[in-house]
Design a protein. Structure first.
Length: 464
């Protein structure tokens, strides 16, 4: 039996010793193209889930390990396979739920990758591959931390543990809420760790304490009953492309800040973050200026943004001298903490309808919503995870906002209102998640795994 004083050191040593095997298993997961989007092979998502479930079973600590699916509300479809595992708490100890997702983004243009996207490749202290960071690394941080706890303490730990490794996060988590409802008893926990965010930089850990919400929708702009000759009618008849360009331009002011009445901002301090850092992390070239007003991090964390992420229009290769009768665009908006996503969408739709030029006909479809999230930082679990970060990284953690969204956290809050939610990350700002050449910084992975192992040991020492 490990003494109380030596337990943290034993767990740390076990975690550090286990890094090579955790990376090897991560490489196995990266080789599986588990893309949950329509049009991709769902058998690969199933293979990924079964592989992850096998790794969980190999731990030998869980009473149940299953691959399960839930219904997608409003359809007759099932969501993608998720992994769930449970171990009951003993002797008054708390229960922790560890979340990550095993599905990944499509790779896009493979010609933009420096190495094959599903062949894990080590280069310059980083592991390259789709899902290497987002979020199969999150899975291996969880499993690696549990391996260290078992290696150091044997069966001499009483912490309750539940795993939920989702299979469709990148594709919208359509069955997430139903899955939580179906498995609420198994997943109920005192602390929830969502390992799907980022760190301040490669050497400095961060606890994500705010997330912007999001709304995404498709808008069709129609001005003609059919395509017409641009020479015969151009100059008198509004084409849909012109109407769309003019309409979209009203969404921003001259500084590039969002100009939609009804979208709110959050007033909160932000750490120091200069333009040089923004250029480095975002890939902003010299001569291209940032947009918006206020501190850079207030623009990223506490203010709304609107992006046109897709457009259906004649391609350059197929361009003809024709007035387009209709154009469709996909609009993605990020919502400041404190505003409901549905209210933000209503404000954007009202703005677009009010500013439609030349009487253009608008149609809105495929609306999707995810509410923002603010962490209650007063709980004991927040104190524990900050201490674990400090011990593992050798640096004070930063309380960080994130401009991106994790919409399903609102479902976790609704289903488990008493749980303390910790949003942690394995990524660093240069990981290029969702982009070509996605990668994982190996030192960050090592520190994240050690930190979580130390957190588990701290929670195992607590009474509930």
């Amino acid at each position: 039996m490990t003494s109380e004083n030596s337990r943290p050191q034993a767990v740390r040593e076990a975690a550090e010793t286990g890094i090579p095997s955790a990376l090897a298993d991560l490489g196995t997961l990266v080789r599986i193209p588990s893309i949950a989007f329509p049009g991709f092979d769902p058998a690969e998502v199933r293979r990924s889930a079964e592989t992850v479930a096998g790794l969980a079973r190999d731990l030998g600590i869980f009473e149940t390990v299953d691959v399960r699916q839930a219904a997608i509300p409003g359809t007759d479809e099932l969501g993608m396979p998720a992994v769930i595992a449970t171990r009951a708490a003993r002797n008054g100890r708390p229960t922790i739920l560890l979340y990550a997702h095993h599905d990944v983004q499509p790779v896009g243009d493979e010609a933009l990758w420096d190495s094959p996207p599903f062949e894990p490749t080590l280069r310059d202290g980083r592991l390259y591959g789709r899902g290497a960071a987002d979020d199969k690394a999150g899975i291996m941080v969880h499993l690696g931390a549990l391996r260290a706890l078992k290696e150091a303490l044997g069966d001499d730990f009483d912490l309750g543990v539940a795993l939920f490794f989702e299979g469709e996060e990148e594709a919208g988590s359509r069955s997430f809420a139903q899955f939580l409802s179906d498995n609420a008893d198994a997943l109920k926990a005192d602390v929830i760790v969502v390992a799907d965010s980022s760190n301040w930089d490669a050497k400095t850990p961060a606890l994500t304490v705010s997330l912007r919400g999001n709304t995404r929708f498709t808008m069709r702009v129609r001005t003609l009953e059919h395509a017409s000759h641009s020479g015969m009618f151009g100059g008198a008849v509004p084409d849909a492309m012109m109407a769309t360009v003019k309409l979209l331009a009203t969404l921003w002011d001259e500084d590039g800040a969002v100009a939609v009445e009804g979208l709110t901002e959050r007033d909160a301090p932000t750490p120091e973050y200069g333009e040089d850092k923004l250029r480095d992390e975002a890939g902003l070239p010299d001569g291209v200026s940032p947009i918006g007003r206020g501190t850079i991090l207030s623009r990223l964390w506490n203010k709304p943004s609107i992006t046109v992420t897709g457009i259906d229009a004649p391609s350059v290769a197929n361009a003809s001298n024709t007035l387009s009768p209709e154009i469709s665009v996909v609009i993605s908006a990020r919502i400041a903490p404190g505003q409901r996503a549905a209210d933000a969408y209503a404000a954007i739709e009202a703005h677009l309808r009010a500013h439609a030029p030349f009487g253009a006909q608008l149609e809105f479809t495929d609306q999707d919503y995810g509410d923002p999230f603010l962490v209650d930082t007063s709980g004991w679990a927040v104190s524990d995870v900050r201490d674990a970060f400090r011990d593992a990284y050798g640096a004070d953690p930063v309380d960080m906002g994130v401009g991106g969204s994790i919409p399903f956290i609102a479902d976790l809050v609704r289903e488990f209102p008493g749980a303390q939610i910790l949003v942690t990350g394995v990524e660093d700002p240069h990981g290029k998640a969702h982009s070509p050449n996605e990668s994982l910084h190996l030192d960050t992975f090592r520190n994240a795994l050690v930190a979580e192992a130390l957190l588990l040991e701290k929670l195992d020492a607590r009474t509930r």
